[in-house]
Design a binder for this molecule. Structure first.
Ligand SMILES: [Zn+2]
Length: 128
């Protein structure tokens, strides 16, 4: 059995198990893998550091604004649908007992309060 990539990374960090350290001394395949790992790390470190240009902020801000508006439109559509459903619940005549109607009304009130709560939370999250 050869070293896993975790074993090789631990070897590189000086935290390998006794088995891995002994195995690498005896196994040419794993030693070659470890050498390759060292080389790849060195090549990665040699890459130039990329820094985003500072004038990208306006582009990022505009993109974020578009996403926010799109989300608000989705929410508006949902709240309209919810209001329509609520109106349906309230306006459809009920022939059941008064108890059932009362229960449905308080359920509708609860749903309305929850919806309002969520809309307010959404506005707070959106920073408006
Ligand atoms: Zn090996």
């Amino acid at each position: 059995m050869h070293c896993t990539m975790d074993d090789l990374l631990a070897l590189r960090a000086g935290e390998a198990s006794v088995w891995a350290r002994r195995h690498v001394e005896d196994c040419a395949v794993c030693r070659a893998e470890l050498d390759g790992l060292y080389q790849r790390v060195a090549q990665l470190k040699a890459l130039p550091a990329l820094r985003p240009p500072r004038d990208r902020w306006s582009v990022v801000r505009d993109a974020a604004r578009v996403v926010r508006v799109r989300r608000r439109r989705t929410w508006s559509a949902w709240s309209l649908a919810a209001a329509a459903a609520l109106a349906g619940v309230l306006l459809v005549p009920r022939f059941g007992s008064r108890g059932t109607l009362h229960a449905e009304l308080s359920q509708a009130k609860e749903q309305s309060a929850t919806l309002e709560d969520q809309l307010q939370r959404y506005d707070v999250d959106a920073g408006c």
